[in-house]
Write a protein that binds this ligand. Sequence first.
Ligand SMILES: N[C@@H](CCC(=O)N[C@@H](CS)C(=O)NCC(=O)O)C(=O)O
Length: 245
Amino acid sequence: MKIVGSYVSPYVRKVLACLHLAGLGYEIDPITPFFGNEAFERLSPLRRIPVLIEGDLVLSDSSVICAWLEEAHGAPLMPKGPADRARARWLEEYADTRLGDLFIWGLFYQRFVCPAVFGRPGDEARVERTLAEDLPREMAYLEGQLPEAGFLFGDSIGLADIAVATFFRNAAYAGVEPDPARWPRTAAFVRRALAQPCFEATLRFERAQLSVDPKGRRRALLDAGAPLTADSLGTREPRPGIMRL
Ligand SMILES: N[C@@H](CCC(=O)N[C@@H](CS)C(=O)NCC(=O)O)C(=O)O
């Protein structure tokens, strides 16, 4: 099994955490989507990561990939009953869409990707707006959904927990974390979830990657022991992706 996508993408991290829960091995081509070549574009029509390649099967959406891992490989990602499964799917969708918009495009892209990938400052006014106007509403929603102890559907972490928690690691890279005095459940849940082995397992690769610029990434990741593919779908220069306004 091959995964295409950078270790610091929240959606790639979500898939890698699920692969860890399933005990499945993989190789990874840790490209940033903006560095993808034509072969990458053929595999991922929206030029997004992650992509999973398994034999002839190519899947390019984290939720579709995780559903495949559950159905085809028996990954223990979902609760049992239909109502719980439906709620888990909703929370995954909510996280991918709404938390993705705010944490990635509102914070991480502006504070991290713009300077690191494109060599220009991000839109700090957008960051301020995200923090002051948009995120408090979503934090209040999460505070009402997340459990005080354990995980959303019991004592073990599952896909819905992973889908929510992954965005908070990118928020931390953008210098933002939940205030435990204001959002106690969410802050404790995020700490608990991100400390799980499924997230811890790839942390050293994220750190290795973040410590160098994109061109030095492969060497740094190999030195850290990451299971890299022999070939890469990356170019040497970033190309504009399909950007949201
Ligand atoms: N719905 C997709 C979202 C994936 C996504 O947006 N990935 C980002 C990286 S974190 C990406 O590839 N962005 C490139 C772009 O939008 O051009 C999923 O769940 O896999």
